[in-house]
Design a protein around this ligand. Structure first.
Ligand SMILES: NC(=O)c1ccc[n+]([C@@H]2O[C@H](COP(=O)([O-])OP(=O)(O)OC[C@H]3O[C@@H](n4cnc5c(N)ncnc54)[C@H](O)[C@@H]3O)[C@@H](O)[C@H]2O)c1
Length: 258
């Protein structure tokens, strides 16, 4: 039995832990021995995930757009679990109008969405990294990017639907990937690794036409499952990736190679 992926005794905060990818990430990290903080601003869904997962999972309220909320969480988890070993940013904050066509996105909406999502990822990384530096025991950060942070969207996958990928997403995810490189470079001396995982489209009961378009466009012939993404996050958090930092691992069934 190889224990390279074991996270026994480690504590991981998963922001957006009640969401599609966050909940699966909590499940996989916990399965490999971590204490998992399901950190989310949706109390109902967060406590449901906590109950489903077991004793090693604990819901704590977090709003990544509110610096006091982040500071409180970091302080509490640090005190209650004797430090934070890993931060995984899976939260997906957005304004009510998010998801509009390019022509309809105002500067204000652009600014708000970049501030909430890219800014929120920055703020959580900032406060958790400061705690890790102070504790001087290393650590690991994984931020969720997207294939649309590394390449232009292929709008043909939305043909025949009213779906799109909003322009803000290009700015947010391009920013997340490069922010993570900065963190890796700055924090390396402290033994803190930082990487991005960039999924392609994850299956979530989308419209049939979209799913068909997407599958036809993807070398592996299917959309991602949450587990595909969570397994990659497990690798990056574990000792198996102890010499991997500053990277962006694309998990997209080959979508972005064409
Ligand atoms: N689902 C996909 O197809 C896909 C593809 C590529 C990248 N991603 C990225 O993966 C990440 C997770 O996406 P998802 O599909 O799981 O999203 P989701 O909407 O299913 O879950 C997001 C979670 O974040 C929480 N959240 C929202 N605002 C918050 C805030 N201010 N503070 C704390 N929590 C907050 C929500 O309550 C929710 O539980 C995002 O960064 C997303 O861009 C998703």
């Amino acid at each position: 039995m190889c224990d390279r992926f074991t996270l026994n005794g480690q504590t991981a905060i998963v922001t957006g832990g009640a969401g599609l990818l966050g909940a699966e990430t909590c499940a996989v990290l916990g399965e490999y021995g971590a204490n998992v903080i399901v950190a989310d601003n949706n109390r109902g869904r967060g406590t449901a995930v906590e109950e489903r997962l077991g004793d090693w999972a604990e819901f704590r309220h977090l709003d990544i757009t509110d610096e006091d909320s982040i500071k409180n969480l970091v302080h509490e988890v640090d005190a209650d679990f004797e430090g934070i070993d890993a931060l995984v940013n899976c939260a997906y904050p957005r304004t009510e109008t998010y998801g509009q066509q390019f022509e309809d996105v105002t500067l204000r909406e652009w600014n708000e969405n970049l501030s909430m999502h890219l800014g929120g990822y920055y703020a959580t990384c900032h406060h958790v990294a400061k705690e890790m530096i102070e504790r001087d025991a290393g650590g690991c950060i994984v931020n969720l990017g997207s294939i649309y942070g590394v390449r232009a969207p292929d709008f043909s996958v939305y043909d025949g639907t009213d779906m799109t990928t909003p322009v803000e997403y290009a700015g947010i995810k391009g920013g997340v990937i490069n922010l993570t490189r900065y963190l890796a470079s700055y924090l390396g001396d402290h033994g803190i690794r930082a990487n991005t995982v960039s999924p392609g489209g994850v299956f979530n009961d989308q419209k049939e036409r979209f799913v068909r378009n997407y599958e036809e466009r993807t070398p592996l012939g299917r959309m991602a499952e949450p587990e595909d993404v969570a397994n990659t996050i497990l690798y990056l958090v574990s000792d198996a990736a102890s010499y991997v930092t500053g990277q962006n691992i694309v998990v997209d069934g080959g979508f972005s190679i064409q």
